[in-house]
Design a protein around this ligand. Structure first.
Ligand code: 13P
Ligand code: SF4
Length: 385
């Protein structure tokens, strides 16, 4: 059942400072989540790993542990399946027998897993504070208002919503209700092509960078804090893609300056970034791809190759440990994790698993049936692409 475990067993240890070609390491134990309704084990508990192993063994096939690639090593160690958000959605949809899906990722991923699994299965998010600042940048009220404005301008009938997985279930439901699809960074291009075969325009939510990097031209930016998105009716009518003004606070940090700097410091170094990065960074990079694609690119590159990687630091650090024959550095000057991904740590995972073993379902993520109905349509549309 277990996949992708090789990355968690390093051949030699690489320190975080080795990854920081452009700066200095600091605050390595930062952003450890603490919010929990029960007795959270101490991170320093010497029995933590054996408790995790015992609880995992006791749950057996009743549980499936899913781990996003941005999770901490200590959590990935216990994941049955690791993946990017697309692969984990597929894994959840394909899993019909496990009673509990323990989702080590963020809230919108756990919601999607709940929508895609049967009513008998329960999805658990070990720390409820593991949200996503990008998903929070599009609220249901804002999107409803935007759609009303598009109706007023006379373009709603020919506009297809394409919504990034990184969004709340309410926004996914809006998407399904209006004939759109969900996408992830691995299928954004395919999703946009599908949408343009169904309509004339795309409303792309909520990540402007993924939308811009995929669509490239004829885009306008919708600012949800301004009347009519801050656009004129002509601008809206003339655009092929209306990008929502949201972004990822982690991928948004990588700069063109850093790309130029790493290339200057290490001639021959290639730059590999996620499409959530700003357009100028993506345009200057050698390779652009989803989290899963970043991993494959490094795995398939020859020994001795050098990569500066612009994605979440837990993954970059794990790639560096798994590939000691390659030079891998982080494309930023400072240590920067996704703070919400990092909230899921071993104490929270142990607490969630031990609670399940004791018969207490904690931190269940449950999407209301009326929201799940259209969200499921939009998610299934993506899985069928
Ligand atoms: P993927 O998992 O689709 O690469 O997305 C990256 C991300 O930011 C997840 O939160
Ligand atoms: Fe959200 Fe960015 Fe963190 Fe992904 S990496 S969970 S998009 S803040």
């Amino acid at each position: 059942m277990r996949e992708n475990v090789s990355m968690s067993t390093p051949a030699r240890s690489t320190s975080l400072t080795d990854l920081l070609l452009l700066g200095q390491g600091r605050d390595l134990a930062s952003e450890r989540g603490v919010s929990c309704t029960g007795e959270l084990p101490e991170a320093s508990d010497p029995d933590l790993i054996s408790r995790a192993r015992a609880a995992r063994a006791a749950l057996g096939d009743r549980a499936l542990v899913l781990g996003h690639h941005y999770q901490r090593d200590e959590v990935i160690e216990f994941a049955d399946v690791t993946g990017d958000s697309f692969k984990l959605a597929q894994a959840a949809a394909a899993q019909s027998s496990a009673e509990y899906i323990i989702f080590c990722g963020v809230h919108f991923m756990a919601e999607s897993a709940d929508i895609l699994t049967s009513n008998k299965q329960k999805v658990i998010l070990p720390d409820l504070a593991a949200g996503c600042s990008m998903a929070d940048m599009a609220t249901a009220n804002q999107v409803t208002q935007c759609w009303k404005d598009l109706e007023e301008v006379g373009v709603a009938d020919t506009t297809i919503p394409v919504t990034y997985m990184n969004s709340s279930a309410a926004i996914k439901s809006f998407t399904g209700e209006h004939g759109g699809t969900i996408c992830t960074s691995s299928n954004a291009k395919k999703s946009m092509e599908w949408a343009l075969s169904k309509g004339e325009k795309i409303l792309f939510l909520p990540d402007q960078h993924l939308g811009r990097n995929t669509a490239l031209d004829d885009c306008v930016l919708w600012n949800p804090w301004k009347p009519m998105g801050g656009l004129t009716a002509e601008e809206i009518r003339g655009a092929k893609v209306i990008l929502w003004r949201g972004h990822c606070s982690v991928h948004g940090r990588f700069t063109l300056e850093s790309v130029n700097e790493v290339r200057k410091q290490v001639p021959g170094m290639k730059v590999l970034v996620h499409p959530e990065c700003q357009h100028e960074v993506v345009a200057a990079a050698d390779v652009v791809g989803s989290t899963e694609m970043i991993i494959k690119t490094v795995e398939q590159s020859p020994a001795g190759s050098a990569w500066a990687i612009g994605t979440e630091l837990n993954l970059v650090s794990r790639l560096a440990k798994a590939h000691p024959d390659k030079k891998i550095v982080f494309l930023d000057k400072t240590v920067c994790y996704c703070s919400t991904m990092n909230r899921i740590d071993l104490p929270h995972l142990v607490w969630a698993m031990e609670s399940l073993v004791d018969g207490h379902v904690v931190n269940q993520i449950s999407v209301a049936p009326e929201v799940a109905k259209f969200s499921k349509l939009a998610l299934e549309q993506m899985l069928a692409l």
